[in-house]
Design a binder for this molecule. Sequence first.
Ligand SMILES: [Cu+2]
Length: 206
Amino acid sequence: MRSGVVTSKLFRLAGGRGSFATVKAWSVAGLVAVALGAAPPVAACAQDGPAAPAPAVDPSWLQVDTVTKTVTFQLVAGLTGLNGALNFNGFRDGGLTLTVPVGWTVVMHFRNHDGMLPHSAEVIADTHPLPTGPVAPAFPHAFTLRLDQGLISEQTDDMRFIADRGGSYLIFCGVPGHGAAGMWVRFEVSGSVRKPLLAATPAGPP
Ligand SMILES: [Cu+2]
């Protein structure tokens, strides 16, 4: 969790809330720059300090079938080295949000790209503090095999469920300690969107 360390160091050096807010503002500025196309799309690198570019959202991660109202999401554990590979698709701490309309069928193709650690994924309630291990999923079948032990490098598993309740949820790694260390992104079930969308969002506590 390098950025956490950097953030807390800066925070301590300046001795106050002000510097923390500045660090946050930089991250948001980075996201905006990417959204406007000012920065080239980059594969996220291992560094994740305030100066690191925001990871890019790859549109091919999402496939939408409006006829069957099914969204398919390529969910990749440890896609990059960010956060010691404790990330989904290169994002950590809610830095990525998948939004789907209420009632759609959601298919998540999970793949563990991390060459070192096992990982899993489940959709859970937006809880505070983050669980330290697996908890009951927010929707039936919204979890991968071996939630606790995780799937090893390049193993895959699909989860398929119906997003029949609106609200805010997390896509969370159930391997003990991973989710709490930042290995989670956001999942929103919305009554006001007509199509699924995937977007980078400000990272932070749930
Ligand atoms: Cu994990």
